[in-house]
Write a protein that binds this ligand. Structure first.
Ligand code: GRF
Length: 206
């Protein structure tokens, strides 16, 4: 049987990279048919860089502090991404706001994972905000990246119950465990060419 070609992806991170790790693991156990061409970080000390090196994946660090404008940083990031010719750009805890030009350039080919049930709680401190609001359910969203922060078309959401004694940490941990299942799943849908984006509507084909 001829296997389909692995989907070439580039993963952008800023920190721990636990989502990156699950993508690496699902590729290794062959439940995700993808190839990570490079991991790019805007922080030299991101632990995700170590994870990538352990897995023999090329790494690149582009420190935003070295650039005098968002546009210059984004131009370098674009150049770096395009060097690897990915079919999908995966933001996995990448903590930079990207310029409209950058986002529009890659529209339809770039996804993000966000720890809330969008459109609720765009931006930071989502677990704290869900707890403070007294929500009974919280969760995660995986979405196409558009010029509106955390506002692009949603591909998949997973709900997580908020428990009586939850703290920010316990809730974050439970959401993260679901992120680790959901993100490789969505990337596999890209690999199988099951997703279409028509007029900003997401269609998942069988
Ligand atoms: C995750 O909670 C993700 O939803 C958010 O940033 C966090 C990244 O965690 N965008 P990690 O670096 O993958 O461990």
């Amino acid at each position: 049987m001829v296997k389909d070609k692995p989907l070439p992806i580039v993963v952008l991170i800023s920190g721990s990279g636990s989502n990156l790790q699950t993508i690496i693991d699902r590729i290794a156990d062959k439940t995700l048919n993808a190839e990570i061409c490079a991991v790019i970080s805007n922080k030299a000390n991101a632990f995700g860089i170590e994870r990538a090196k352990q897995a023999n994946i090329p790494t690149e660090v582009i420190e935003h502090t070295q650039y005098n404008s968002r546009e210059n940083f984004d131009a370098e990031l674009t150049r770096c991404i395009e060097k690897y010719q990915p079919e999908l750009i995966v933001l996995a805890g990448f903590m930079r706001i990207l310029s409209d030009d950058f986002v529009n350039h890659f529209y339809g080919k770039m996804i993000n994972i966000h720890p809330s049930l969008l459109p609720k709680y765009r931006g930071l401190h989502t677990h704290k905000r869900a707890l403070e609001a007294g929500d009974h359910e919280h969760g995660l969203s995986i979405h196409y990246v558009s010029a509106k922060l955390d506002g692009g078309p949603v591909i998949l959401q997973k709900k997580v119950p908020v428990l009586k004694n939850d703290t920010e940490n316990s809730l974050a941990e439970r959401v993260l465990a679901q992120e680790h299942i959901a993100y490789p799943q969505v990337i596999q849908w890209f690999s199988q060419a099951r997703l279409q984006l028509i007029d900003d509507q997401v269609i998942l084909n069988k």
